[in-house]
Design a protein around this ligand. Sequence first.
Ligand code: KIV
Length: 291
Amino acid sequence: MNASPLQPAQTQDAPAGTTLYGGVTSRRVTVRDLAKAKRNGERWAMLTAYDALTAGVFDEAGIPVLLVGDSAGNCHLGYETTVPVTMDQMVMLSAAVVRGTKRALVVADLPFGSYQESPAQALHNAARLMKEAGVQAVKLEGGERSARTIELLVDAGIPVMAHIGLTPQSVHAFGGYPVQGRGDEAAHRLLRDAKAVQQAGAFAVVLEAVPAELAAQVTEHSAIPTVGIGGGPGTDAQVLVWTDFAGMTAGRVPKFVKQYANLRATLAQAATEFAADVREGTFPGPEHSFS
Ligand code: KIV
């Protein structure tokens, strides 16, 4: 059967069971691919990225979804929290990630203060991320309290990833980064939040720092993919902040982080050796010099 003009070949699903890994390679991953992965029980990985270079590495490694997180604030820009991050910064970082990638679905965070005022403010800023940076989706924090905003963005054709549980933009209200959803009342609140964002039309929901059993329960009842960070093994997808997973972060990392490399030590060693070579006059050698 010929594809109808309304369904060009590039928007069709990949063959069953091959949606995200070993499947589509000639176009970007879409929210439809993620919905299909949920139906097929295919688990997937998401990483943050804040620049074209590292985003390109993760894209080539086959990470299907990259998040330009406002964690850029504390992981990339030198702030203590995500709170100071601005829309202009998010647009600049997101545009770089889009330029550095070919296949990953790029999701950008709406930073603190860019969407809470009104759904109209959220629409204006989400449209900036899509038009100026070229991202394919946005993420915002909040469950029931953000449902109306999510609905408006989705109605406007903007795919929205929700973020519930520990929402770092509320660090000062939480008084730190405590685990969420402990106890009956908090667990019920989390379940209500998950239901609210799904009903509002979110295509996926991040569950941050919640007990593993509760995250698994939310996942079981959720029609959209759940993306865990500190939510145990029972979610549909897992996300890590790239500077944490690669061992670039200075000092302690959260309990839920697994470090897959020690780039901080590797870079420090390289810098130390370079400085020693320069001091001793062994760099540059003849092989690095022009005659
Ligand atoms: O900003 C970020 O990196 C995030 C992840 C922790 C999910 O929101």
